[in-house]
Design a protein around this ligand. Structure first.
Ligand SMILES: [Zn+2]
Ligand SMILES: [Zn+2]
Length: 108
């Protein structure tokens, strides 16, 4: 699947719209090349897509890290901080941070 990194449109491989651009003259003949553009916003921002393992959205491949899209990464981080601050006192959190830093505790 392909994804437009500008407007988020998702399209089948090979179904991006094409615009023909004039590249100059080769002898008497005009030379053209086809640029893939987004069928929705017409911008030259069509890129390989990847699915986020959490929300199932198609997003540009380069925006996916560890199988998660940017929104889901942000959400996981926020939920983790919230969980930590609701469940543990500041002293406990400091203690847990030390365990994490020294690799005596793993959350994976
Ligand atoms: Zn677009
Ligand atoms: Zn996601």
């Amino acid at each position: 699947m392909l994804v437009c990194s500008e407007c988020g449109a998702v399209m089948e491989d090979g179904s991006a719209a094409k615009v023909r651009e004039f590249a100059g003259f080769v002898g008497e003949e005009g030379a053209y090349f086809d640029t893939a553009v987004c069928p929705r916003c017409r911008r030259d921002a069509v890129t390989e897509g990847a699915v986020c393992s959490r929300c199932g959205e198609w997003v540009p491949e380069r925006e996916v890290e560890g199988g998660l899209c940017e929104n889901c990464r942000k959400r996981a981080e926020e939920e983790f901080s919230e969980l930590m601050s609701c469940s543990f006192t500041p002293q406990e959190r400091e203690f847990l941070q030390e365990l994490l830093d020294s690799c005596r505790l793993s959350i994976v």
